[in-house]
Ligand binder design. Structure first.
Ligand code: PMP
Length: 310
């Protein structure tokens, strides 16, 4: 859960540290959803606060920008954005935090992204993250309820589906509203062929006879947490297959879970009113959750490269 910052809290905007209260934009600023962003987390662990997989998130941010032909000013290269994120955590004295680097267009109305009337702005927000309740009866303990959405995951040629781009989230927002209005925690989006893709902000895995299955990246965002789970699963001796999955396969999975920077590894208890497995957090999900929780706080075996110490 994100904690709303105080006015004196600092943000990074175009190379400068600016007070939260002063980080405002003109009303005419560009508003067509043409921008890219990342969601990144830092955790307090054995060696103090550290950002988890910072370089991988920054690489995806630059990849997303390239896909959209959004030219990030040369001064703000990957190294600069990594340093900005670390420095923001230090200056705001944050430990467990959520970071949001983003690149967007500023200017008046122009529709062509490369128009001279529009300028590319680069910003980073860092806010405290309070871990939600994990006690008995909490969402984390009971698992998530999902509902198949009437909105489809946008196909690769509708929007650039590998870009973590602002406008891509419109579909997810519509799906989330629909799912939560009907009492579910989140939505499962299908692709145009009816295969399962992901939820509104996380990748999806199912467990069948001790092996993991997840949709291929052709239809989902190539999640950093998804990739982490691949590595953890391998270390745990679990096979992972990327293959198209139908909703009925999900209904009869032994276990299912979602992965994401915000969601971490979260069990799915129910899809479309059908319990998944025993509708409790299954043993394989629990094992991966435990491994993930250890690694983000520097207590996992191997992969020191995943942590950048603040
Ligand atoms: N899919 C979507 C649509 C997302 O928004 C996210 C969150 N970034 C993910 C998957 C998971 O990606 P990651 O593990 O990199 O946070």
């Amino acid at each position: 859960m994100i904690v709303e910052p105080r006015p004196e809290h600092l943000v990074w905007l175009d190379g400068k540290f600016v007070r939260w209260a002063d980080a405002t934009m003109h009303l005419s600023a560009h508003h067509y959803g043409f921008g890219v962003f990342e969601g990144v987390r830092s955790y307090v662990g054995e060696r103090g606060a550290a950002i988890f997989r910072l370089a991988d998130h920054t690489r995806r941010l630059f990849r997303s920008a390239r896909m959209l032909k959004l030219r990030i000013p040369d001064a703000f290269d990957a190294d600069c954005l990594n340093r900005a994120q670390l420095e923001l955590l230090r200056r705001n004295q944050l430990g467990d935090a959520y970071l949001r680097p983003f690149v967007f267009l500023d200017g008046f109305l122009g529709l062509r992204p490369s128009s001279r009337d529009l300028s590319v702005r680069v910003a980073v927000l860092a806010v405290a993250w309070q871990s939600s309740d994990t006690g008995q009866g909490s969402r984390a303990a009971r698992g998530l309820t999902l509902k198949t959405s009437s909105f489809l995951r946008h196909p690769p040629n509708t929007l650039l589906s590998k870009a973590k781009a602002n406008g891509n989230y419109l579909g997810g927002m519509l799906a989330l509203e629909e799912a939560q209005s009907s009492g579910a925690d989140d939505a499962v989006l299908l692709d145009q062929n009816g295969f399962v893709t992901e939820t509104t902000g996380a990748n999806l895995f199912l467990v069948k006879e001790g092996a993991l299955f997840t949709p291929p990246v052709s239809s989902v965002l190539d999640g950093v947490t998804r990739d982490t789970v691949f590595t953890l699963a391998k270390a745990a001796g679990l096979a992972v297959s990327e293959c198209p999955l139908t909703r009925d396969e999900l209904y009869v999975a032994d276990e299912a879970f979602i992965t994401g920077t915000a969601a971490e590894v979260s069990a799915i208890a129910e899809v479309d009113g059908r319990p998944i497995g025993t509708a409790a957090v299954g043993p394989i999900t629990r094992r991966l959750q435990t491994m993930y929780a250890a690694h983000v706080r520097g207590r996992g075996e191997g992969h020191p490269e995943w942590l950048t110490i603040v």
